[in-house]
Every structure is written in C-alpha cells, then in structure tokens.
Design a protein around this ligand. Structure first.
Ligand code: SF4
Length: 167
C-alpha cells in the first residue's frame, strides 16, 4: 500500500506497473479483543504478464499458480486516515518538542534511578513485592526531582522548549 499511489477521489490504487486496483468488497472484522474494523478489498485485474508479479504477489502457500493469480489488497481506511493524522502530529514542531521531552524524561529517569540511586537489582522476590519496590523507587525519584525543582525554582515547568532546532 505504501508503495502505491492512491486516487482518493475515485478510490483506487495504482501499482508499480501503472495498473489500477479497484475496490470490490467490504469486510467487517472483529478482533479477539472485540475491536470492530471495516476492511476494503482492492483487486487488480491486469496482473497477467506483469514483470513485477513475483515480487508483488506473495506466495502465502497458495495452491493457485502464480501466473493465474491477481494482486489483492486489504485496507482499513480508518486506520490509514488515523495513521496519516498521527504522522502529521508527530513530525509537527510541537510533536518534535514532545518527542524530545519524552525521551529526555524517560532516559533521564532511568539514568537517575540506575546510576545515581544505584538501583540495579530488585531486592525482593515475587510479583507483588517487585511492584511495591518499583513504587517505592518511583516515589523516591519523584521526591528527588521535586526537591531539585524547588531548589532551582523550576516548579510548574514540565517541558523543555528548543523550537529553534526544528524551524
Ligand atoms: S502484479 Fe499486478 S498489481 Fe502487482 S505490479 Fe503487476 S500488475 Fe501491478
């Protein structure tokens, strides 16, 4: 799908061989977790004699010979729409700022706990005890962070802004 062009107005994909894949049916699916999705199936009717066929159509243990097969695509339009929206947000200046802050916060917390607090191993055994230990370490880390913020007069500041890096 990512390697094909899509004509949104007429709802068809164009493959590497400049052939069109038209929508021919819609399937409603329900995942194991109960999530319902609508899948649009696209088919290319002009795959015969295509030089890209062996790389374009996957074998998938099909009993039909490759020369008799056609390319089929299954697309969740909602998924692709959301993915496009997400990508736009992720690569926006605000998205870059948030991702950078996320990595600083996560990496910083791990470094602080592992290196500065010398917390390398759990002292207890058993799921419940380990969770309790985690919570105690997190509380200690948060108190330490709060203390630093108070000392540096940085309370209420949650993000580091370096907009100039992305503009
Ligand atoms: S196999 Fe079909 S869909 Fe794939 S490139 Fe060839 S013509 Fe296009």
């Amino acid at each position: 799908i990512d390697n094909m062009d899509y004509d949104e107005k007429n709802d068809y994909y164009i493959c590497k061989n400049s052939k069109k894949l038209f929508a021919n049916k819609i399937i409603n699916r329900k995942s194991k977790t109960g999530y319902k999705s609508e899948i649009t199936c696209y088919t290319c009717e002009e795959c015969h004699d295509c030089q890209y066929k062996s790389s374009c159509i996957k074998e998938n243990n099909s009993k039909i010979f490759l020369e008799n097969r056609t390319k089929n695509l299954q697309v969740s339009k909602l998924f692709h729409e959301k993915r496009k929206e997400n990508l736009k947000r992720i690569i926006s200046p605000e998205g870059c700022e948030l991702r950078m802050n996320r990595s600083i916060q996560a990496e910083g917390a791990l470094a602080q706990v592992k290196q500065n607090m010398k917390f390398r191993r759990f002292l207890s055994r058993g799921k419940e005890n380990v969770i309790s230990e985690c919570i105690i370490v997190a509380i200690a880390h948060n108190i330490s962070r709060l203390h630093n913020k108070i000392v540096k007069n940085k309370r209420g500041i949650y993000l580091i802004f370096v907009m100039h890096k992305f503009t």
